[in-house]
Write a protein that binds this ligand. Sequence first.
Ligand code: ZN
Length: 305
Amino acid sequence: MAAMESQVARHGTVSVFFGEKSGKYPDGNQVTVRGADTLAAFDTPLVANRLGADLLDADLVVLGHVHEDHMAGLGRMRHAPLYVHEADVEAARSWEGLARHYGYAPEVLAGMRTAIERDFSYAPRPDAQAYKDGASWDLGGGVKVSAFHMPGHTSGHCVLLVEPDGIAFIGDIDLSSFGPYYGDATSSLADFRRTLEAVKGIPANVWITSHHKGVITDRETFLALLKAFASRLDAREEAIAGYLERHPSTLAELVAHRFVYPRNLEGLFYADAERRTIEQHLESLARAGRVKQEAADEGGRWRTA
Ligand SMILES: [Zn+2]
């Protein structure tokens, strides 16, 4: 591929190479951190494939979480050790691990594999090493990266904090108007809710998302974006509760109605992600005593309690 200039922002030891459309999916923003003796890369989105020495010189790669769009440049980084949180590491090591991580229907998974090999140069990394919450990497000259386990989007999703700059790579807590994604088998709505609170406590003054929002440099803006992002969870939950008030429905009927993806858009995994998302909201509403499910022999519909 011809070398293309990527827009770059520098903040202290951190460089951000913006993907197309400020890293909107399927692209993302490539982050690197330069210590006195070590260069680290966080994730490798599509834009990674357009970078030269800025990325290829990295001595190590740390993934904030595993998804196809964060692994796109890993094939060029085989010389660098790869670190992945222990709850996501199997998804990086093999296709079987990634398939369990997505948890979609077999025919959807087969289509996904073809699509991500083509669009994201997908290749597993059997050599990926597991890290735990609190892991840190010393990059020399007092520059340090620390992992904060912030699950929900995936079970191993982490925020990576660069010190002493106080720069947090918050990955797919991406503050987008779409809202949080928790549609995979290892995603968790309940964990995401806790994470959206916990992320406020990370001692940072700059926040970098994988997609779209990019770099946020003041706490007030960060908190406002986080609040809007979190409100999408409640909006989905209320939309489902409101719909059930008028239309008692089976899970399949709710999936067909769509509460996450627009009805006029087709995506390989949309129905499966929609099902997993709605299921978790039903669980949350049932726990709050707001909805209940009829017995299977009565149709198994969900209705207002
Ligand atoms: Zn993701």
